[in-house]
Design a protein around this ligand. Structure first.
Ligand code: ADP
Ligand code: MG
Ligand code: MG
Length: 918
């Protein structure tokens, strides 16, 4: 398949011209495409070539083999690289060394391994020495190569969480033997010995000799990169980020440049703006005389980029120039890697930088002001779920200050991921995952993190590391996941074996499982638990404890929401059962209630007793008597909600759950009920028994209750209209929309609507008011969607109940799906959990049918959605395309839904423009 598409598998870059460019990410991966782009815009990049993702696809389809054309194309490209760089691969006098870098379409930071200095062996190393007159450098490069190759290609890794990296053990031993602290202090001779020791270790552990032939090394490394596409951490990363397995990775083969050639050399990483706050400042870190991952791995603590300005103003100026060129060219905040080899600057990577939600909002707003991007573009730049970070809690400052005053401040690290988190200490990712599974809030504490830790990081509230800077693995991943993170907290002494954290010069010991609190905004690490408090946005909008003028974060949030509202067509409502919830949602921008579940009101105070009395009744009269006790409560509840909503529409659903859910199940409670109702325990038990269902989800529930017991609907309708009349008398506008659940046939709706209309008429006559109301239905059964045209003859509105519609379409119960559904997602049988993101392909079709059929009967039928999906961005976009009038979601998701709805419009316009051009 792949080979028929195109027979070009290898794309050269270097000098002044590249075969590829930025928009070829699908074929060249992100890294390869951007390396090509940098070459094309005149930025110095070491020459190399990219082996395309088609080869990866081929590799997995063809039992780990390559297309036959590949070898020749690689040889040709390599010859071009040799020409540009003026060195020859495998040459004993003037050897070209290579780096082998993976690079998928979407960036997967640290997910797959890079091999540096490839091409070294006992012969070529002499060539390097001759060329550089620097034996120490040559052997340092050599030992790194053997180490990386041994790890990545030959599989010499630590076996479990307490095991150490076999190469690190040897390196540490060498340093101890030589009585030195840093690897930079080891001599050429020491390093040469290490190379031999590393090779011996490889031989001992694998039984194989280290390959000395450069060609063999190259193909071994290429195979390892393709192989790493299917390693556990790559698979987990793809799962977490929704990257399809079919994309594959590309392999970049690039000439080496060396940051470890002495003090006029170095390596670094930078963001063109601050990735945590979004501030427009150059943000980065670098190390002198270092190579590759030294900066990220936190071997030595890196220097801030501002130091480079003092240390080497010429290089700094050049780098800062590329910063500006890149931002202008890509019109986005970029993340770059660079290396300085003996005073010459080389750019090794650029990509759009990951950022916190806070930074995403600030950068997008700033870039509109700087005229780099349009408002539409700004809306597309912010992932709706990133807004969670603006709504996220911070520590209660008084409590934190008290803890600090009490001497509980352990240490201070870097403020790598904003927000506040408190939880139990886990010292390995595995433990973090297990503890979180049990329901604990966890803070993962590590000396440093690595890609293996992803799953545990994802399960934790926050991440704390002893080593590494703002661009360390922990910091990058935490920001992307939206986790709180304090990195590089160098004072922490973490002992994995003892399971303790200590601090230099303090006699505090924190054990695994004990509470710790981290402030990702200030970098503080505090012993014990500290309560968190709402974000500034929440303080301004909900608690009204902060003056909006005093909160920059709030003002940015507000501008963004204003733009979103200018674009979106979808209305946004909320699911709320109580006045306080409704008010929160209105503060977040909700325009009405899309779902008020009446049954939640049945449990409060003494009401449950009346409800139970109603259920155990034998006659209609008894039942009506019990219902009349409930009526005043319901009326007050509805009145409260109408009052809070001030004339905004309120959709109230009539009773939905099976009656069984309201009955007691414990002996003691059953006895209490019997005596309260003055009936026998046996009778209560018999009633409970008679209401037992094998499958309550598909049983006696929804409108079926109101059909069998019309008096229940009657009472609820009366309570709604009486509440409406009361509010209207006080000058409050009301817009009740009464919604009948679980309808599968129009006749069910007819029976319920007749009752509701009759009550409306009666109450209006009694109270002498005219109430405008609507009666509609939920569409939550496949049959309802299929006969929506008939249902719409009576229904004045539809609301898709996508939780039940998903259950009934898939024929699975959400409560019982835990056994297999996560595995389905893991194995890509389903792209994601259909209860989280609407299954557009299946359930979505029923939604489309329902919309089309409903409107074929009633042209301007108002249609919404009130399932959990109403606040999930991809589902919101679907609802827009399906032509719904509104989505309804939980209060804290309202801002997310507003942004998602606006993005749907922007995306739609962009698509229309594109098709017009064609
Ligand atoms: P990742 O995808 O994990 O970022 P990279 O392919 O960027 O992996 O490689 C990791 C590091 O290795 C880079 O940040 C850079 O420091 C170093 N490196 C990669 N290629 C080269 C090269 N051609 N010359 C010098 N250093 C390199
Ligand atoms: Mg990189
Ligand atoms: Mg339902």
């Amino acid at each position: 398949m792949a080979s028929s598409k195109s027979s070009k598998f290898v794309y050269f870059f270097g000098g002044k011209k590249a075969d590829g460019k930025a928009d070829m990410k699908a074929l060249l991966g992100g890294k390869g495409a951007n390396l090509a782009e940098m070459v094309n815009i005149g930025i110095p990049v070491p020459a190399g070539f990219t082996i395309s993702t088609d080869v990866c696809t081929y590799y997995y389809k063809s039992k780990n083999t390559y297309p036959k054309e590949l070898k020749k194309q690689v040889t040709e490209a390599l010859a071009r690289v040799e020409k540009v760089m003026g060195a020859k691969f495998g040459d004993k006098n003037n050897p070209l060394l290579l780096s082998i870098r993976s690079g998928a379409r979407a960036s997967m930071p640290g997910m797959m391994d890079t091999i540096l200095n490839l091409g070294l062996n006992d012969v070529t190393v002499e060539g390097v020495i001759k060329k550089t007159n620097n034996p120490r450098f040559a052997y340092d490069s050599y030992r790194r190569f053997v180490q990386m190759y041994g790890d990545v290609v030959l599989g010499l890794k630590p076996v479990d969480k307490k095991d150490h990296d076999p190469f690190e053990v040897l390196l540490e031993k060498k340093k101890a033997d030589r009585k030195v602290q840093f690897d930079t202090e080891l001599t050429a001779e020491d390093l040469k010995e290490l190379v031999a020791e590393f090779k011996a270790e490889i031989k001992a552990k694998t039984g194989k000799n280290f390959p000395s032939n450069p060609e063999e090394q190259l193909w071994g490394a290429v195979g390892a990169v393709f192989g790493s596409w299917m390693n556990d951490r790559a698979i987990i990363y793809r799962k977490l980020n929704g990257i399809p397995e079919s994309w594959g990775t590309a392999v970049n083969v690039q000439s080496m440049v060396f940051g470890n050639m002495g003090m006029d050399s170095g390596t670094g990483v930078a963001f063109t703006r601050d990735a945590a706050s979004g501030e427009n400042i150059f943000y980065g870190e670098y190390l002198f005389n270092a190579q590759g991952e030294d900066v990220v791995a936190g071997i030595r603590t890196p220097l801030p980029i501002s130091d480079l300005k003092k240390d080497n103003p010429r290089i700094y100026k050049e780098l800062d120039g590329y910063r500006k060129t890149l931002e202008k060219h890509y019109t986005d905040m970029m993340d770059v890697e660079f290396t300085i080899q003996q005073g010459k600057l080389w750019m090794l990577q650029c990509r759009v930088g990951k950022r916190t939600g806070l930074a995403a909002v600030k950068i997008a707003l700033d870039m509109v002001e700087e005229k780099l991007i349009s408002k539409e573009e700004a809306l597309l730049r912010i992932e709706p779920n990133q807004l969670n970070q603006l709504l996220r809690p911070v520590f209660d400052n008084k409590e934190k200050q008290k803890a600090i005053a009490d001497g509980k401040l352990l240490a201070k690290g870097l403020n790598a991921g904003p927000g506040a988190a408190s939880g139990k200490v886990a010292l390995s990712a595995e433990d973090a995952y297990k503890m979180a599974e049990k329901g604990d809030k966890v803070i993962l504490v590590r000396i440093e993190t690595s890609p293996e830790d992803i799953k545990g990081m994802n399960a934790s509230e926050g991440i704390l590391t002893a080593r590494g800077g703002m661009t360390s693995h922990a910091a990058l991943v935490a920001r992307q996941m939206g986790k709180v993170c304090v990195a590089g907290c160098g004072k922490l002494l973490i002992d994995y074996h003892a399971g303790t954290i200590k601090v230099e010069g303090k006699d505090i010991v924190v054990k695994e499982g004990e509470y710790i609190s981290i402030d990702g905004t200030t970098g503080e690490v505090i012993v014990g638990k500290i309560n968190t408090k709402p974000s500034e946005v929440v303080e301004v909008l909900i608690n009204k404890t902060l003056d909006p003028k005093k909160s920059k974060v709030y003002r940015q949030y507000a501008s963004l929401m204003k733009w979103a509202d200018e674009y979106r067509r979808l209305g946004i409502r909320t699911n709320a059962d109580q006045p306080d919830q409704a008010l929160n949602a209105v503060a977040f921008g909700a325009e009405g209630i899309g779902l008020c579940r009446t049954e939640h009101m049945f449990f409060g105070g003494d009401r449950i007793l009346s409800v139970r009395k109603m259920i155990v009744s034998d006659t209609v009269e008894e039942r009506k008597a019990a219902l009349s006790e409930i009526l005043p409560y319901q009326r007050e509840d509805f009145y409260g909600i109408f009052k809070a909503m001030k004339g905004r529409p309120v959709t109230i659903r009539t009773l939905d759950p099976p009656l069984h859910e309201f009955l007691p199940h414990q002996e003691k409670e059953i006895k209490e009920l019997a005596s309260a109702l003055n009936i026998s325990v046996e009778k209560v038990k018999a009633k409970i028994e008679s209401l037992h269902e094998f499958n309550p989800m598909l049983g006696f529930r929804g409108c079926r209750l109101g059909v069998m017991y019309p008096e229940i609907t009657e009472m609820q309708a009366r309570a709604i209209f009486e509440a409406a009349a009361k509010a209207m008398k006080e000058g409050i506008k009301v817009k009740p929309e009464i919604m009948v659940p679980l309808v599968s046939d129009v006749k069910e709706l007819k029976l319920q609507k007749d009752i509701i209309d009759a009550q409306a008429k009666a109450v209006m006559a009694e109270k002498k008011v005219k109430i405008h109301y609507m009666v509609g239905t939920m569409i939550e059964l496949p049959r309802a969607a299929l006969v929506a045209d008939e249902i719409a003859t009576l229904a004045e509105f539809f609301s898709f109940g996508t939780n039940d519609l998903t259950q009934t379409t898939f024929g699975l119960s959400r409560d019982d799906a835990g056994m297999f559904l996560p595995k389905y997602v893991e194995r890509e049988i389903l792209p994601n959990d259909p209860f989280e993101a609407l299954d557009q392909n299946g359930v979505g079709k029923l939604v489309e049918i329902g919309v089309q059929k409903g409107r074929s009967t009633r042209k301007d039928l108002k249609i919404g959605i009130c399932g959990e999906h109403g606040g999930e961005p991809s589902s919101v976009e679907f609802c827009h395309r399906a032509g719904l009038n509104y989505v309804s979601c939980s209060p804290f998701r309202v801002p997310i839904a507003r942004l998602a709805a606006a993005r749907a419009v922007v995306a739609e316009r962009a698509a229309a423009k594109k098709s017009k051009k064609k």
